[in-house]
Design a protein. Structure first.
Length: 213
């Protein structure tokens, strides 16, 4: 866990990329801006620039989305997936079985459920290519996240010497944590934008006051 904390301390809080001299090259965030959680000190250069602005919050969100995609944790949008059991004229699959590692249309789903009525098969909504959710080496679901190597692995990978002694949690736990970080980052960006706008307004009023003297 200590290793994971040390890694996090070198990552941008917004896009999760490595900081370079306290500055993130991807989303232009500066770690020196952050004082306390949720509080920022506005750069001095912005005080005299009435046109100063901050990055679009959506840009920062895009950064985080890219980071989640790199870790393999990004939530996939539903898309059309063909049934794995249809031989001719493949129908659109409606469910995926995480035990069989296959997707089924309505007809074959009923057959699957009948054949496995006494077995605990987990069915989920279609979320995209099943191959992206399975380990290419062991053909098992990527249910574990290795924080040390920052990648999703399967239960058999956990036993591999390459991951022995690493900091690991369930993929669902890490996904929830990344979502919390995303929401926190979005709020921090919004708060900073609001604060800078207030500073710009105050600077504008000061300039008007000086002109009237």
């Amino acid at each position: 866990m200590q290793m994971a904390d040390e890694q996090d301390s070198r990552l941008c809080s917004v896009c999760l990329q490595d900081l370079q001299e306290n500055s993130c090259p991807r989303c232009k965030q500066n770690s020196s801006c952050e004082t306390d959680p949720g509080e920022y000190e506005a750069p001095a250069a912005d005080l005299d620039d009435s046109n100063a602005s901050v990055s679009d919050p959506d840009e920062s969100v895009a950064c985080v989305a890219e980071a989640l995609e790199r870790t393999g944790l990004q939530t996939e949008q539903a898309e059309d997936v063909e049934c794995d059991s249809c031989s001719d004229g493949k129908e659109k699959a409606i469910k995926t079985c995480l035990v069989c590692l296959a997707s089924y249309c309505e007809t074959h789903l009923r057959l699957h459920n009948e054949l496995n009525a006494r077995k605990a098969h987990l069915l989920v909504d279609i979320t995209g290519e099943l191959q992206r959710k399975t380990c290419p080496q062991h053909h098992k679901l990527l249910e574990v996240y290795c924080r040390t190597d920052r990648q999703c692995i399967c239960c058999l990978c956990m036993l591999d010497t390459n991951h022995r002694g690493h900091d690991m949690v369930s993929a669902a736990t890490e996904r929830a944590e990344e979502q919390r970080r995303l929401e926190k980052s979005k709020q921090m960006v919004t708060d900073r934008e609001t604060e800078l706008k207030e500073i710009q307004k105050a600077s504008g009023r000061l300039k008007v006051s000086l002109c009237l003297k």
